[in-house]
Write a protein that binds this ligand. Structure first.
Ligand SMILES: Nc1ncnc2c1ncn2[C@@H]1O[C@H](COP(=O)(O)OP(=O)(O)OP(=O)(O)O)[C@@H](O)[C@H]1O
Ligand SMILES: [Mg+2]
Length: 505
């Protein structure tokens, strides 16, 4: 009889800056994979960097090391562009974000086969930002997993990063709780309000009900770095009259200037580490930028807070939007869980202390591991249930936008077998296309007071058949609810043509 295949379930946190992978060992403990191409100070972190050099792809730390000499050969922070067709040139190649992500995931896969030669395959569960607000980046993340060789269950392959963090933290909770999860990483500021329902005191909650989500896909450690680089560059201009503000791969640089621009950027982490330490009042760095010029830069905490004030304001706006959308107040929060590499960022810490009592805010020591830990738990544990909650009402505009046909009502829990059928009669003889517009809104519908989620003009294959739109034959739409919170709509036009649409809620 053939032996059954041995499959290892792993969780992956595909981060803007770092990628991590976790699994459950034979003793039932969560372990983190060590990467040969991981960071030298911590091999659990695989830098999310790809480079093309000497005719092949290089990934992780070796890719980052190429940066000083060949900045245009290295591609980082591609996660920001997941879901976009944009091609980025890397050395002699050009890749999309999805292809770059697949290279990173291939490296994770290679490392797993080296570490676990006894397994026949690896089943992956991966996390994505809650803030991904269209379905495309989610679909692409799953495609990248498959390209890299992973097995994955299309209905159980992804969860939101803050949800994963709350799953990992959940084992420390007793009873039912409302948790605010703040994930401040390299590229995104991601928020979820999660209601947890107790399973048992040993294993923690077994049901997670997301109440609201918010965030900013373009607000992360990288943006703080840009502010810090700007401050350092101002001093370099004053003292040495060279402008190091443009990115290192800018064509205007000489080779030495590009290398100096890279060095200046690597100083940002040291500044952050000093400033985010408890009680720090200032940070100082020395950087050897040119043969005849060293930068000696001091930054006070006050000056830092002033410089990042616009970013802090955006964080405050996101938190307020989160509670507004969820119809909840700050006072109802029982825990505030802060995770990600930027969890100790001072302006965020001050903002949270301004909004919540001190004793409910936790920055766990392992704050950079919580997301991947939750992915490993959720990926191998079918007992854990994450509800699909509608954070807003969703409907289709009718009567020229004066009214809406509601498909999902705010606050409803949407079951995966959700189905609804509708018929629309545009009724205008001259119309040869139907403006199909899906909107979301909170509270009662008011014309103009909504967010457009999706909008398209559905055209009859044969415009001469436009008489069909005369109101006698309807356009039929069947709604469903697919994997990963996608609303699917099968649209059957009066001429028999069919379009399948997916809309991320
Ligand atoms: N000890 C530290 N002190 C200050 N900042 C740090 C420290 N360690 C990491 N960072 C910063 O944290 C950021 C990376 O965080 P993290 O690894 O959580 O991001 P990510 O998961 O890759 O990104 P995202 O979740 O946004 O996709 C970087 O900006 C990095 O400079
Ligand atoms: Mg992260």
């Amino acid at each position: 009889m053939p032996e059954s295949k041995r499959i290892l379930h792993v969780g992956i946190d595909l981060g803007t800056t770092n990628t991590l992978c976790a699994y459950t060992d034979e003793a039932g403990l969560i372990q983190y994979l060590r990467f040969d191409s991981g960071r030298p100070d911590n091999p659990h972190f695989l830098p999310s960097a790809v480079a093309f050099a000497n005719g092949k792809w290089v990934v992780g730390e070796p890719a980052l090391r190429l940066r000083a000499a060949h900045p245009t050969d290295v591609f980082t922070a591609f996660k920001e562009n997941m879901g976009s067709e944009m091609r980025h040139s890397v050395g002699t190649q050009s890749v999309t974000a999805q292809e770059a992500a697949a290279e990173i995931l291939r490296e994770v896969y290679r490392q797993l086969t080296r570490t676990f030669p006894q397994f026949d395959g690896f089943h992956a569960f991966v996390t994505v930002p809650a803030r991904y607000d269209t379905d495309q980046p989610r679909i692409e993340t799953k495609e990248a997993l498959r390209t890299a060789g992973f097995l994955c269950d299309p209905k159980h392959a992804l969860t939101d990063e803050p949800i994963a963090a709350s799953i990992a933290y959940g084992t420390r909770l007793q009873g039912n709780s409302l948790i605010l999860v703040v994930d401040f990483g390299g590229g995104t500021f991601d928020l979820s309000l999660v209601h947890t329902y107790a399973g048992s005191s040993e294993i923690g909650p077994d049901r997670f009900e997301p109440m609201s989500w918010s965030g900013d896909r373009h607000l992360g450690g990288d943006d703080v770095d840009r502010v810090l680089v700007g401050l350092m560059a101002d001093q370099v201009i004053k003292e040495y009259n060279v402008d190091l503000r443009p990115e290192p791969d800018s064509p205007g640089y000489s080779e030495k200037e590009a290398a100096a621009a890279v060095r200046l950027r690597s100083m940002a982490l040291s500044l952050k580490t000093q400033l985010f330490a408890d009680g720090a009042e200032e940070a100082e760095i020395y950087a050897d930028l040119f043969d005849d010029y060293d930068l000696d830069f001091t930054l006070s905490l006050q000056k830092y807070l002033r410089a990042v004030a616009p970013l802090t304001q955006r964080m405050r706006d996101c938190i307020e939007e989160l509670y507004r959308k969820g119809g909840l107040s700050f006072g109802e929060t029982q825990h505030v869980l802060v995770v990600g590499g930027m969890a100790r960022e001072v302006s965020l810490q001050r903002l949270l202390r301004d909004l919540f009592p001190d004793d409910i805010i936790t920055v766990p020591d392992e704050s950079m591991y919580l997301v991947v830990r939750g992915a490993a738990i959720a990926g191998s544990n079918t007992e854990i249930h994450v509800d699909n909650k509608a954070y807003a009402s969703v409907g289709v505009l009718i009567r020229n936008g004066k009214d809406v046909d509601v498909i999902i009502r705010e606050g409803d829990t949407v079951q995966s077998n959700f189905r609804a059928e509708r018929s629309y009669y545009p009724g205008d003889e001259k119309q040869w296309g139907m403006h199909y517009c899906v909107v979301s809104f909170t509270g009662d519908f008011m014309p103009g007071q909504y967010q457009t989620i999706f909008s398209t003009v559905l055209q009859l294959r044969n415009p001469t058949l436009r008489g069909l739109f005369s109101g006698r034959k309807p356009t039929k739409v069947t709604y469903g609810f697919s994997e990963d919170k996608l609303l699917t709509a099968k649209v059957e036009l009066p001429d028999g043509s069919v379009s399948n649409l997916t809309v991320r809620l």
